[in-house]
Design a protein around this ligand. Sequence first.
Ligand SMILES: [Zn+2]
Length: 765
Amino acid sequence: MKIFNYLLCAILFTSFSTYAQNDVKAERQQGHTNQNKFKQLYDEFSTPNVFRTGSGAPGPGYYQQQADYKMDIEIDDVNAKLYGDETITYTNNSPDELKYLWVQLDQNMRAKDSKTPLIGSSEISPANLSSSVVKSYLKESFDGGFNIMHVKDVNGNNLQHTINRTMMRVELPRAINTGDKFSFQIKWWYNINNHVKDRGRSGYEYFEEDDNNLYTIAQFYPRMAVYNDVEGWQNSQFWGRDEFALPFGDFDVNITVPADHILDGTGVLTNREEVFTKEMMKRYKKALKSYDDPVMIVTDEDARNAEKSKSKDKKTWKLSAKMVRDFGFATSRKFLWDMMAVKLGEKDVMAVSLYPKEGNPLWEQWSTKAVASTLKTYSRMTFDYPYHKAISVNTPMGMEYPMICFNFGRPDKEGNYSDRTKYGMIGVIIHEVGHNWFPMIVNSDERQWTWMDEGLNTFTQYVAEQDFGEWYPDALSPQHKAFPSRRGPAKNIVRYMGGDQNFIAPVMTKGLNTYQFGSNAYSKPATALNILRETVMGRELFDYSFKEYANRWKFKHPTPEDFFRTMEDASAVDLDWFWRGWFYTTDYTDIGVKEVKKFAVTTTPNDNGKRLAERYNRDPESLVYFIEEGAEGFEDAMKTNASLDDLPTVKEYIMDNFTPDEQKAMKKAPKYFYQITFDKPGGLVMPLIVEYTYADGTKSRETYPAQVWRLNDKEVSKAIASDKEIVSVQVDPDLETADVDTSNNSWPIEVKESDFDKFKGRARD
Ligand SMILES: [Zn+2]
């Protein structure tokens, strides 16, 4: 009987509640669109297989190709030309037989017959600088494409090859099978571009004052394309935007430059004694043990002296690198050079900077320290930096290669700089050094998925910037307590996500085809991960899973699914809805509080109650009634304002059903009852974070999981029983969900400051 009693109460209560109505409404809605935001991502994800498992880890059949390079490079500084000769040894680890190899000729994007300029749209501008008119309409375009002199096998026989714009197919004399190696030679040269005038990730910067070039050189050699289980050959053309997909390999590179140049690049310098002066060797040995401050290897004075003349002699710098996916270097007689050691676990890594005197005083102060700080944060968030050095080079752009990156940021001629310049410089150094992890070691396919390196890297950059601000407070301007990160905080993405949907693409879009590239491939995924860490998963689960992903895929080639799957696999947090919303759609967050209904509780029967009591054959006096504010009986019930457990019928029920100990353990004594309806005009599903403020000024918070929207994507109601009166309700009080419209986030609707001031003014009158 007692059980029956309880059930009846439950039935009656449910019939009053709105849950049932919501469910019906929700079902109707779903039938309509047939799309649930919590639907598993089976249609979007590739099927797990022997190469890549459902857990997001490499499978038992996982393989990757290897490309080893031996190169001789010479820079003709007078004519700005690069000459190269390389032997590539390609190892086929795939289970497939290969008839031909694809080699990337990225510089052909700058060839005279490049189609890159033709895919843009161009307009006549009513007012123009004469320099841009000359460049656009008078000048022949710069010819910076590769001139391939020959492609030969190791015995000197020509190999048949076909160049299709930025890709070259090399025919193999005989097909290569699993485990086979094939070596071949390519000889080439090209005109180095002025990357400041013509833009570009590599090239030279010209300094008129002392008539010198500063070279930051990359994509300078024919590079093997990736062959894998996902794409076969990744030979999608290089149009200039989507970056690179490259296999790992070992590099031995000899670079010949004017004898008065200072050079550094990817790999260990194997002939240091030959290219360093005695003085430089002495300073270098000191730097190896300097953990707090950089040591100058080439001083300002040295560099100013070197700038004054031009040596006719040559010097060859020899660099050797193991397990890198690419190679870059910088060379100039203008370079100052400093280094310091960084302890990472048991190992010392050198943080290194190369910059012209024009970079000072900013560069000698902060570059190497920013490198050191980045190495520490990224190692903590992922895995210890595996290489022996990380170099930051000053040039007017930001671009990354293994162990070396190019970074902007310079004071004006008088040495003055704005906060923007300083933070921009530190930020770009952290970002580009961070690229050593994504994509140089966690080697994703940039040609296909920009966000996989830029998004993950920009997220980690945010964490590293906050660390840098903490570790080097002197670098912050007095008005800043923390590093003012541009990308990462949820509120900074609101403008983009709430913008014109015609110019927003999902993150899962090839970079070339996306609008607002920076927001799409950098800011949005970085913010999504930050929200995932701070709001959805929590730091502990997120950090563990992020680290797991990095470790599973270091020195390997992950795909988006490998990342998505690992984050779930290591955390037990269902995230299909999150990936779908943030990565596969352009939906935005907009959650609000729609209405708050207040109820009073009583046992005095009303008409509704009498009807129901009759239907279930119950004594009307034995039921509990919730009366909505404004309805008949509400005021009377509020006058008594009884605590729920004071109602005789409830009291009786407790006495009959609970042991004395259980009764004592009951502590709740709610007196105020609310039904609060939250609505969601935005398409994005997010946790519902609510702050309740009570009449006594205290506050409480509740985070309802995102799944609260699973049956009704538009609105959800919550029945709240409280011992204190609720005076206000605030959705997303800390602005952590990137809610694009906060005008609907509070109840009662927040009085705008101006209205409030008016009100205050009137009150004084
Ligand atoms: Zn980047």
